[in-house]
Design a protein around this ligand. Structure first.
Ligand SMILES: [Zn+2]
Length: 291
């Protein structure tokens, strides 16, 4: 009886020990697979680089916006950086800026600078006979850029609440109730302020929002979306006419939002476009020289 009991305990112990060891082996293998120890997954350098470039770009952009140095898109910076990674993003940013107008310089002009002349991209561009299109800048800024940090830019690939997405607008993080402005003389098409609490709601989409329609030169009709606005902050009504620069609401964090910020998104004929490329920086006050 005593022996049988001991044997029973021994069997159970060995049994569970084998079970535990098997479980540990399974966990270790799973961990190694996650770390790609067996090389089953191809590492995606493109995505990794993308995230690295995105972070580096936002740092530079935030400095540049505070210095009122216009707006240079990431694609333009990478055009030069991918050919020579000893250049800094900021150096390329400044080289691509027209100091008079604060506009993006045509590639052809940047390529005339001594240090870029011999780049393959420049040689190809100059050989191709292509001409950069004249940039139209019909908008004023949707928010005072000196008060914000860009946390997400147009077409950025990012992760929000653990989910990957591509961002169709611009996110400007700042404090609650910071004034949000009409970017054009236009008409308010939608005022949707159903959220009464200034809190995150992961199923809440853009939260409180306003849509402004901008008709430019009787030709192009842009739709401008302002999202995550502060409850009760709307200063406009549907169908109201507004002037460029008018304060229309305040920043909040309603809807699918991780903190107070303005989501600014522009579309043209139903297609999203880069809203920052439309902002005229030539008339902005020079923040550095003002108090
Ligand atoms: Zn956003």
């Amino acid at each position: 009886m005593k022996h049988r009991l001991t044997k029973g305990i021994l069997t159970a112990t060995i049994g569970s020990a084998v079970g535990i060891i098997a479980m540990i082996v399974v966990i270790i293998v799973a961990l190694l697979m996650m770390l790609d120890f067996f090389g089953t997954y191809e590492t995606d350098n493109y995505i990794e680089n993308n995230m690295y470039y995105a972070d580096a770009y936002k740092l530079v952009l935030n400095v540049a916006l505070k210095d009122n140095k216009g707006y240079i898109p990431l694609t333009r910076i990478l055009y030069f950086y991918l050919e020579d990674d000893s250049l800094s993003f900021y150096e390329i940013y400044v080289d691509n800026l027209d100091k008079e107008t604060n506009k993006l310089l045509p590639i052809s002009e940047v390529c005339e600078l001594e240090k870029y002349k011999l780049y393959d991209g420049c040689k190809d561009f100059l050989m191709s006979g292509q001409i950069d299109e004249e940039q139209n800048k019909p908008f004023v800024s949707p928010i005072d850029f000196k008060d914000v940090a860009v946390t997400s830019f147009f077409m950025e690939e990012r992760e929000v609440f653990g989910v990957q997405d591509v961002h169709f607008g611009w996110d400007f993080a700042t404090s609650n109730q910071t004034p949000v402005k009409a970017v054009c003389d236009g008409k308010i098409k939608k005022v949707d302020f159903t959220f009464t609490k200034n809190i995150t709601d992961v199923s809440g989409g853009g939260g409180n929002q306003i849509t402004l329609e901008c008709e430019i030169d009787n030709d192009l009709t842009y739709e401008v979306l302002y999202a995550h606005l502060y409850p009760g902050s709307a200063k406009v009504k549907k169908d109201q006419e507004v002037n460029a620069g008018d304060i229309i609401a305040g920043v909040g964090t309603t809807g699918y939002s991780t903190g107070p910020h303005l989501h600014y998104e522009v579309s043209l004929d139903g297609n999203v476009v880069d809203g920052m490329s439309l902002v005229d920086f030539s008339e902005q006050e020079d923040y550095n020289n003002s108090n």
